[in-house]
Design a protein around this ligand. Structure first.
Ligand code: CP
Length: 301
């Protein structure tokens, strides 16, 4: 296994499945998580240069559950605000004894950082619109728990595909499996990278895309990543791309509905978020289990 988790392509199918199996051990029957003092001599820093609720909090909870010390780094009150580069910032944390850095950054800096500081372990907590490997592990784990396997499934991803690091890492992950179909659906202006995908197909009509779906991954519009203000009629957008209860009827009766969060209720209706087929809240809880597994593996390597 690589020293760092920078991309899901760093992991083989065997390693992905082992991490998911390992993560299951950290989940307890009552919905809480196992606490084991496995790494009392390790310090983890959460360096988040973009907002986060789920990823940042779950890495912190996971690290504490494993007995690590955690530096909850607040970038807006750090010396980055005084002009210090991310290289100097993470170097300073390394000199203070941080062993592992979870980094979320709007730009692709994590590879260069990992070469600049080879003694530090790096886990990608979200790299611009490029990748989010631990989210993909959560998504694969949630599918396997709910559908038994990924093989033979019809998978649909709908929403702002172009700006979604969740989509790119998810595609890297599912490419290891013999799924039946992978369909990308979204507004053409947000689907330019997925019109002729290397894997799967693009379908502009959501009702058609949903036909016989087993897994539906919904994605919010990432307004923060548009270079110009989005000139879009949201009612028209919802009319075409919102996953509603009526639309869900096109999918298989036991299809599961996913969303990496945060949810904006433009891409998905509140009734679908709350319906029995929604596993969105399970994805959030699986975040702690997967991050406990990832931290255990990468702190041990
Ligand atoms: N899914 C995800 O990365 O959520 P946060 O931005 O809240 O961490």
């Amino acid at each position: 296994m690589n020293k760092n988790l920078l991309s899901l392509n760093d992991l083989s199918k065997k390693e992905i499945l082992e991490l998911i199996e390992f993560a299951k051990n950290f989940k307890l029957e009552d919905g809480s998580f196992r606490k084991e003092n496995l790494f009392p001599d390790k310090t983890v820093a959460n360096v988040f240069c973009e907002p986060s609720t789920r990823t940042k909090s779950s890495f912190e909870i996971a690290a504490k559950n494993l007995g690590c010390s955690v530096v909850g780094f607040d970038i807006s009150n750090s010396s980055v605000e005084k002009g210090e580069s991310i290289y100097e910032t993470v170097d300073a944390l390394s000199l203070m004894g941080v062993n592992l850095c979870v980094l979320r950054h709007p730009e692709s800096v994590i590879r260069d950082l990992s070469e600049y500081l080879p003694e530090m372990v790096f886990i990608n907590g979200g790299e611009g619109s490029i990748s989010h490997p631990t989210q993909a592990l959560i998504d694969l784990m949630t599918i396997i728990e709910n559908k038994g396997a990924i093989d033979d499934l019809n998978i649909v991803i709908v929403g702002d595909l172009d700006h979604s690091r969740v989509t790119s890492s998810f595609v890297e992950g599912v490419s290891n499996f013999a799924f039946n179909s992978l369909t990308f659906c979204g507004h053409p202006s947000m689907s330019t990278k997925y019109m002729s995908p290397a894997l799967g197909k693009y379908e502009p009509d959501l009702d058609v895309a949903l036909h016989d779906a087993d897994v539906i991954m919904t994605l919010r519009i990432q307004h923060e990543r548009f270079e110009e203000t989005l000139n879009l009629d949201l009612e028209e957008y919802k009319h075409a791309y919102e996953l509603t209860s009526e639309r869900l009827e096109h999918a298989k009766g036991d299809a599961i509905v996913m969303h990496p969060g945060p949810v904006n209720y433009i891409e998905i209706s509140e009734s679908v978020y709350q319906c029995d087929q929604s596993v969105i809240r399970k994805q959030i809880a699986n975040g702690v289990a997967i991050r406990m597994a990832v931290l255990s593996r990468f702190l041990s390597s």
